[in-house]
Design a protein around this ligand. Structure first.
Ligand code: HMG
Length: 388
């Protein structure tokens, strides 16, 4: 049975920071951010957006009545969870109006979470071919003002419907996965911000990619030539390229050219959004689909997922005959174009705004955020969400 991504969409909040302005404010050469790291803009989540609202906003655009009836498993992958106990997926299930005889759970393993969710969904659909599964990766990446990681922040969510006979891409079963207990990036429960060993994390990303790719080649006999494109988890857009560069020379020059051009196209959205952790790999797939007009049915797309801590995985998918009907280029162009640029001082002020942590009541004006689903405050320790 063919199983894979039937529909895919993304959401990013309505504010962004210009990376050249951020560099200037930090007395850094802007080329370091725009060329060295490869980021032009960084999405910023206002206080009215969290992993629940962003995930629900991403799913809202792609689900129709039939999906709402057929989805019976909702998986939210996030490392920006809003509760230590209740799954964010339960709120999302209600906000979207999914039929009640469903499971709703949350999954965590840094940026790898959505890949874990997709694999769980694939196994579930294999056993229940009539069911559909909603998998969401939703996160706010924050390292703090004037920190080494500041230029690699971002916010957003990707939502995918996993089903039998998917119309976008089938996901094959040639997964190679790898786990090693390392401390490259983590966020203790008492901390707002991630702890990160920046240079070490980039080395580990490459180490995981090389180790997994070697095993993949050995186990499945595949070569770079087999792929129209490879999508990467993109903590910043230079990162995947650093990994790809370590193996690209094994391919003939025309294949190298194709993979490098498609890599560039797969990074366009991340360049304007930044790191969205769990959704990042799948945002690079959306960027590729919507910016490379030459892709064709049956093209094979490789995926490299990496979540600090760390778990990595490589697998591939095959584009389906009607995949172009299910991409949303115009809506996504509009979403990115309609954002408001924050001055650096407004960004710093908004960055410091926090939801109360002492249980006090808090209200947020829903008209301050154009998103259809927003957080309107906290009452009796309960987050209040509305769909406008
Ligand atoms: P840094 O020390 O600020 O930057 O840290 P740098 O000195 O390494 O410079 C970055 C690049 O800019 C270098 O290029 C410089 O040469 C270049 P490279 O040598 O790497 O190719 N550069 C310039 N280029 C042009 N003109 C200039 C110029 N100056 C310098 N004037 C770092 C950068 C990414 C480490 C930092 O921002 C950080 O710690 N970020 C957070 C961690 C991170 O993103 N790690 C990535 C791998 S781990 C991962 O992917 C998992 C993650 O998503 C979390 C999860 O799984 O949940 C993070």
């Amino acid at each position: 049975m063919k199983i894979g991504i039937d529909k895919i969409g993304f959401y990013t909040p309505s504010f962004y920071v210009d990376m050249t302005e951020l560099a200037e404010a930090r007395n850094i050469d802007p080329n370091k951010f725009t060329i060295g790291i490869g980021q032009d803009k960084m999405a910023f989540a206002p206080i009215s957006q969290d992993s629940v609202t962003m995930g629900a906003n991403a799913a809202l655009q792609i689900l129709n009545e039939e999906d709402l009836k057929k989805i019976d498993l909702v998986i939210l992958a996030t490392e920006s969870g809003i509760d230590e106990s209740k799954a964010g997926a339960v709120y999302i299930h209600r906000l979207l109006g999914i039929q009640p005889f469903s499971r709703a759970i949350e999954i965590k393993e840094a940026c790898y979470g959505a890949t874990a969710g997709i694999n769980l969904a694939k196994d579930y659909v294999a056993k229940h071919p009539e069911s559909k599964v909603l998998v969401i990766g939703s996160d706010i990446a924050r390292y703090g003002l004037e920190t080494g990681g500041e230029a690699t922040q971002g916010a957003g969510a990707v939502a995918m419907v996993i089903s039998a006979n998917p119309r976008c891409i089938t996901l094959e079963d040639d997964n190679v996965f790898y786990t090693e207990d390392i401390m490259d990036f983590w966020r203790p429960v008492y901390s707002e911000y991630a702890c990160v060993e920046g240079k070490y994390s980039t080395e580990q990303y490459i180490h995981f990619f090389q180790t997994i790719w070697e095993k993949y080649r050995e186990k499945f006999g595949k070569k770079l030539d087999d792929f129209a494109a490879i999508c990467f988890h993109l903590p910043y857009t230079k990162m995947g390229k650093k990994a790809l560069d370590t193996i690209i020379e094994t391919a003939p020059s025309d294949v190298q050219e194709r993979l490098l051009e498609n890599y560039r196209l797969s990074t366009l959205y991340s360049r304007s959004v930044g790191n969205i952790y769990t959704g990042s790999l799948y945002l690079s797939f959306i960027s590729l689909l919507e910016n490379q007009a030459n892709l064709q049915a049956n093209d094979k797309i490789g995926f490299f997922s990496y979540g600090s801590g760390a778990v990595g995985e490589f697998f591939h998918g095959t584009l389906q005959p009607d995949f172009k009907k299910y991409i949303r280029t115009e809506e996504h162009a509009e979403l990115l174009a309609n954002r408001t640029k924050l001055s650096i001082s407004d960004y710093e002020t908004k960055f410091k705004q926090q939801l109360p942590k002492d249980g006090s009541t808090f209200e947020i004006d829903p008209s301050s955020d154009p998103a259809p689903i927003v957080l309107t405050g906290i009452q009796d320790h309960k987050r209040q969400y509305i769909k406008k």
